[in-house]
Design a protein around this ligand. Sequence first.
Ligand code: DQA
Length: 144
Amino acid sequence: MNILFLNGPNLNLLGQRQPEIYGRTTLADIEAMLRQQAAKAGVTMDFRQSNTEGELVTWVQQARGAFDVIVINAAAYTHTSVALRDAISAVAVPTIEIHLSNIHSREEFRHRSLIAGVCKGQIAGFGENSYYLALQAALQLKSA
Ligand code: DQA
């Protein structure tokens, strides 16, 4: 099993960016912990971040045939990107939407996710644990 973790804009700043909302753990820390857990579970993974919408769209497109599950924290593009939604629909690779913060308890513009309707489900509000919960969900999707 091969899982693709995608991270959208500004997530490269995790650790320094609004720590009261996003915590002090860096994206590199999250990747390292995920790699440990993935290895334990016997699965391979790729972990990428981009500040560019088009690059994320291209990575989603390229996932077909290469990855079994996509886990995506689309960050601000969650709320704006029809292109990302269309890419997720087009590739038909089961996709799990995640967020560190609970987007439903924040500003109203964050309540709407344009990608939610084409994802298997959403995990939001558990800080860095949202990533580990998504890994568990991905493992179960594959075995289901
Ligand atoms: C986020 C929530 C988004 O609303 C925000 O734009 C982000 C991060 C999260 O992980 O909580 O950049 O996706």
